[in-house]
Write a protein that binds this ligand. Sequence first.
Ligand code: ASP
Length: 302
Amino acid sequence: MILVSSANGSIGIDGVWSEFQNGLDALTAVERATWIVEDNVEDNSVGTGGLPNLDGEVELDASIMEGSKRRAGAVAGLKGFRHPISVARAVMEISPHVLLVGDGAARFAKEVGAEPGDLLTEKASLIWEKGLESLPEGLSGEILKKAQALTQDPEKAVGTVNFLSIDSQGAMASAVSTSGWAWKWPGRAGDSPVVGAGNYCDARFGAAACTGFGELSIRASTARTVVNYLSQGATPEEAGVQALLDLKHLDEPPEKLIMHTVILSSDGTHGGVSTDPNATYAWRDETCKTTVLTKRTHVALY
Ligand code: ASP
């Protein structure tokens, strides 16, 4: 049994570990671990405390996947609910669909009794306002250029949480939740709710999930590409490196080539790969006393 996450997920792994050890299934473990990060107001990239879109509204994206049959559920642009990951799970388990967006997703969330949430914190609102103030002179009326300038700086705008898991019965699941790029265009969906882009889980081979510039992983189906490499016998590290190298061909400038992936093979081996030389990922298995942070393998794309 093992849980793997992006570094900001370590509180989620620690939070569910004892239940997980006592038999909690992989799907519920990744869902509950995600709850903890969605509730963490210090994390400005996920759930409550997440940074808002261009209009100052927090719009959430999330997806969950169960590896034995590759069942999946996702929501995009969901406003006003505390745990988008659980709405995604309800999409998977209750609806005949995989992805619900915007008002339709919110209506579904209400229908299934999802808990409402006041997502915009004072801190997130201040960061958002400061960003608008930092815009170069002359952009004030040009909404499209304004949106582009604000979302250009990945240091300011990024963040997402990934969880991958194998439980004591050998079942696999994965979960991804985010408020997406800060100052994003209202209605913009990133890779997190797109199965195959930001999240993929196939219990025959393994699972992968992404953080970073979602437009890249949508174009390159990065999570699915990683799992394809696993299916061909690559180690998690090799699979992640190859999938990130594949982004080079998208021919984007260095400041846009930002991608990080966590990988868990069905044999329990795991890895983290990133275009950032200092990035880490978190994991815990039965051999650990607490969650471990491990440096990711760096892939230079430029
Ligand atoms: N991948 C997320 C998105 O594009 C953002 C991030 O992970 O930083 O919405």
